[in-house]
Ligand binder design. Structure first.
Ligand SMILES: C[S@@+](CC[C@H](N)C(=O)[O-])C[C@H]1O[C@@H](n2cnc3c(N)ncnc32)[C@H](O)[C@@H]1O
Length: 233
């Protein structure tokens, strides 16, 4: 491992705005992030696979009365978001180092009001389908953690992943879906808050249309346990 990565790991280990496995708060905040971590009763919004946390930091700047958490497994990337959040004096942004599939250890059902899935790895091989961050096992997690009527947002450059995700969500709650295959030539741009992620900037520079959807978590959805048999689909 490179020296700079090790240095970043050390830095985030001492940061108050980064929670990692082994930290006292890692599981004890479940169901109590707003009151026990942020010290308020504001809504909680999560960015999954956040990388450098561009949405987490961008939204925290835009909405001081909401709490934002970026989740990623890569500490060196979280270091960047946590540094910017610290430099901006953001008390409503935090970062969690964990796997998305383990989020039910960190959050209670219905604890989140929104989730943003930003440019996840497309995982095009059929055998890797269950690792896609929009595969059924992940959607089940998002649907249980987001309160009924809350919103799941998804941005990608990848056409196949977008179609795959649309199909899955259409079979769950078609009435709750809004989408575009070309965000920057659509009238939905305002829904993405004028924030662009690190990967998004690269894809746009290459002329790739950005796809976006938002999905309203059905108010009639009962909180679903994770169903391992769905992974096989
Ligand atoms: C292609 S990058 C996108 C980063 C960022 N959202 C952006 O748009 O710039 C995908 C990110 O997802 C993270 N990731 C992939 N699978 C994950 C998982 N199962 N749990 C947590 N993070 C994951 C990776 O570590 C990586 O930082």
């Amino acid at each position: 491992m490179g020296r700079s990565k090790l240095k970043r790991f050390k830095v985030i280990a001492g940061r108050l705005n980064v929670i990692e496995p082994g930290d006292l708060l890692f599981t004890s905040l479940r169901g109590q992030w707003a009151t026990e971590f942020f010290g308020n009763s504001h809504e909680l919004v999560l960015e999954v696979g956040c990388g450098k946390g561009d949405y987490t930091v961008g939204m925290a700047n835009l909405f001081p009365n909401r709490n934002f958490i970026g989740v990623d497994i890569k500490g060196s990337r979280l270091w960047k978001g946590s540094t910017v959040a610290e430099e901006n004096g953001l008390t409503n942004a935090a970062f969690l180092r964990n796997l998305v599939e383990l989020l039910p250890d960190n959050f209670a059902p219905g604890e989140l009001s929104e989730i943003w899935i930003t440019f996840p790895d497309p995982r095009p091989k059929i055998g890797d389908a269950k690792k896609r961050l929009t595969s059924p096992r992940y959607l089940n997690i998002y649907e249980s953690l987001v309160k009924p009527g809350g919103i799941i947002h998804f941005k990608t450059d990848n056409l196949e992943l977008f179609r795959y995700t649309l199909e899955l969500l259409e079979s769950r709650n078609p009435a709750g879906l809004i989408y575009t295959f070309d965000l920057y030539n659509s009238d939905l741009q305002h829904l993405t808050l004028n924030i662009q992620t690190t990967y998004e900037k690269r894809f746009r520079a290459d002329g790739i249309p950005i796809k976006y959807l938002q999905y309203v978590n059905s108010p009639t959805t009962t909180l679903q346990p994770i169903n391992p048999s769905e992974e096989e689909k």
